[in-house]
Design a protein around this ligand. Structure first.
Ligand code: GLN
Length: 488
């Protein structure tokens, strides 16, 4: 019975809570017990908030008893440890935020709590969300539940690796992630889940620890497209505290799921069929296109000519913004402090930053500082911004012809912990299919599409034009149904 409870989708849990077949406390306790049993090995959570979860659940049951309650009343979720949560340790998986307890709540988590959600804990990630394998966390690696099933130590993807592993292992109904260059979509693909990155500006960034502010966007990792929609409709919306947060009306993405794909045009970008592409991924991509065609869509070959420049451009712009955002971690205001101010302020900065940041974060800060420095700014940063404009233009032209674009989510299935670590560029190549949409601020959905010969999940990605989440959900729901993927 408890096993069944933790396998519920957000939609099912909300229904059973509403009909009072189950209580929020009962459901929360089932998850907490599952987390206590599994987390020591899987390491998906950095912090489990037992007390907060049980208090929120009891309050939710009281509201329900009084005939009140929000849209997701009593639904237990996990929160990537990049969202500031009032009174709860928030680490960004970095040593430099040692002991940091925010005095305020991020807008997205507050929106979810206002809708009745319960927080089970804070999930593991790559340090400051920089990575694709959840191997740079100060709090240790996360294990992919699909690997654990067959005795292999595989990465869950990253940076929202803890969130994806927690959902796949049934340690929450759904989890919050953030996506700067693929950090929701790629771990969702590695763990056989749905990962949804909304249009840049849909969700407030207020209270999310910043990585690259022109790219960062919050979104859900879930078991189904419907669940992604249910969370999105609660998370998103205008917030005066974030000047880049859009005030455009939210579409009813749940209603849009019924729209289907008849008469819709789906683009297949030829530049994504890269040399040496994994043959199973290529076959799955063809299958996805065939299924959409069968469902009534028209498949159109398109070109996004600047695709090959997206990854190198991202790895200039994202580190540039990161080097600026991470300048605030100096040992003075919060987190780790490695020396006394009396030793000299430079000494304090140097010792704290040397001890507090891991190798990948240091690499990004150095690259970012370099590409922004006088003499190199024009050659790197400014040029990258111009290329970003070209990438945006490619998509603009494509969406004049098609309603959505279909691509693979990642170039491989989950790989072994320890692999791809000798050369950072090998790791960066994970983002090759997700980064272009990030550069253009587009919404993207990663769908679990099938298993490879080793029994590991592979994902397909759908993209639409900015603020067209309605179309994205229509196409995603159709493809999800046609694929019929079975999760863990
Ligand atoms: N893997 C990418 C990076 O390392 C994307 C990370 C993210 O989206 N937060 O930058």
């Amino acid at each position: 019975m408890k096993e069944d409870l933790i396998r519920l989708t957000v939609f099912e849990a909300a229904q059973k809570l509403k009909s009072r077949e189950i209580s929020a406390l009962e459901l929360t306790d089932a998850y907490l017990a599952a987390i206590d049993a599994a987390n020591p090995e899987i390491n998906a959570y950095i912090t489990v908030t037992h007390e907060i979860a049980r208090t929120q659940a009891a309050a939710s049951d009281r509201r329900r008893g009084q005939g009140e309650g929000g849209a997701l009343e009593g639904v237990p979720i996990a929160v990537k440890d990049l969202f500031c949560t009032r009174g709860v340790l928030t680490t960004a998986a970095s040593h430099i935020l040692e002991g940091f307890v925010p005095p305020y709540e991020s807008t997205v988590t507050q929106n979810l709590f206002d809708a009745g959600c319960i927080m089970l804990g804070k999930t593991n990630l790559d340090e400051f969300a920089m990575g694709s394998a959840n191997i740079t966390s100060y709090y240790g690696n996360v294990k992919n539940p699909w690997g654990m099933k067959t005795g292999r130590a595989l990465v869950p993807g990253g940076s929202s690796g803890g969130s994806a592993a927690a959902v796949a292992a049934h340690l929450c109904t759904a989890a919050l992630g953030t996506d700067t260059g693929g950090s929701i979509r790629q771990p969702a693909a590695f763990c056989g889940l749905v990962g949804f990155k909304p249009t840049y500006g849909r969700c407030s960034r207020w209270g999310i620890i910043a990585f690259a502010s022109s790219l960062d966007q919050a979104g859900p990792i879930t078991k189904t497209v419907r669940d992604a929609g249910l969370l999105f409709q609660v998370m998103a919306g205008h917030d005066p505290k974030d000047s880049t947060c859009s005030n455009k009306a939210l579409p009813d993405v749940i209603a849009a799921m019924r729209d289907g794909v008849r008469g819709k045009r789906i683009g297949i970008p030829k530049e994504y069929r890269m040399d040496g592409m994994d043959s199973e991924i290529a076959a799955l991509w063809d299958k996805g296109a065939a299924l959409l065609k069968e469902a009534g869509a028209e498949i159109v070959d398109i070109s996004l000519p600047h695709t090959q420049y997206a990854l190198p451009t991202y790895y200039i712009i994202a580190p540039a913004e990161a080097s600026s955002n991470l300048a605030r971690y100096d040992g003075v205001r919060y987190g780790l402090r490695m020396a006394d101010v009396g030793d000299g302020i430079n000494d304090l900065y140097e010792k704290t930053r040397a001890a507090g940041f891991g190798a990948e974060v240091k690499r990004r800060i150095m690259i970012g500082t370099y590409v922004l420095s006088a003499g190199y700014y024009d050659a790197y940063y400014k040029k990258a911004q111009r290329v970003r404009g070209k990438i945006i233009d490619d998509f603009r032209q494509a969406f004049a012809k098609v309603d959505a674009i279909l691509t693979p989510t990642a170039p491989s299935a989950a790989f072994a912990i320890g692999e791809k670590m000798d050369d950072p560029v090998t790791m960066y190549l994970n983002d090759v299919f997700t980064v272009p949409a990030s550069m253009a601020g587009l919404p993207g959905m990663a769908l679990p599409a099938g298993l490879n010969k080793d029994g590991l999940p592979l994902g397909l990605q759908l993209l639409t034009d900015s603020f067209r989440e309605d179309t994205l959900f229509a196409v995603s729901a159709t493809l999800e149904e046609a694929l019929g993927f079975q999760g863990l």
